[in-house]
Design a binder for this molecule. Sequence first.
Ligand code: FVH
Length: 289
Amino acid sequence: MPQSDMTILGLGAMGSAITERLRETGLTTTVWNRTTAKTEPHVKAGSTAATTITEAADASDIVIAVLLDHASVHQNLEPAAERLRGKTLVNLTTTTPNEARTTAAWATEHGIDYLDGAIMATPDMIGKPESLFLYSGSENAFTLAGPALEPLGTTRFEGTDPGVAALKDMALLSSMYLMLSGYLQAAAMMRTVGVSATDTAEAVGDWLGAIMGHLPGFGAIIDSGAYHPAQGQDVNFTRPAVASLIAASREQGIKADFLETGKKLLDELAATGRGDSDWVSIVESLTIR
Ligand code: FVH
């Protein structure tokens, strides 16, 4: 098996986009995929195909995994652990923070230098500056693999806790899903009077764009822990406001489950004497005690 600069395990939509970009930068690449047919276009474009994971691991000192999930990583890499010894493994597969830490501990046990990565991008964004790659884990692995991975997008090392890149990924995705759920709530409400979801998308985009500027202020209040007296709107103001949103949804025959969760947290704050605290103090109620 000829030696390559990098081995890529997994040629799904993301693994393929990454391999293509790495080739464009002049790197030699060895590829492996469970369904071997997916290696063909890459071989035509200049990559070398490995038929087994061990062959793929032998081919390069830096091995990138872009598989489906934590289970598929372990199912495929554990049998090749001894062949990965002494190599750098960069795992770009989406996992939870603890899954990343588990993989890091497994790698350490087998003498593998482990860097966990999280991709904040879709495959079509790979190679563009708006595509963000977060890494955490071995600093040495980042020093070795980081420069070659820089052309994939903006690159950030988040520290030596291997779970932090995954945590940041999950936190940002949580904010995205909750915000987009807000759009779905608005779309459901507005279509009861004939407004298209497309028009509501534009209106929601404009509105959210206008209020995004408040985020740093909210962050400063949370970081200071100074919720009382309220610097912005307090719980007593926000509670009836959210209750009105729930009532308005229901009047139109629309469920208000997303909003009810927020209202429940505001009710708890009011019931425990914190009605005149800033409403963003809700963040303190999110910790599981
Ligand atoms: N695509 C995206 O927009 C997102 C953006 C953010 C990050 N994600 C994560 O990236 C990982 C790979 O995602 P993907 O888009 O490449 O996913 P698929 O196109 O579905 O390809 C999955 C690859 O994983 C292989 N695979 C699945 N199960 C197994 C298994 N048990 N053993 C070996 N390989 C497995 C699959 O192989 P095949 O089906 O072609 O044989 C693909 O190579 C992922 O963590 C995203 O969350 C992407």
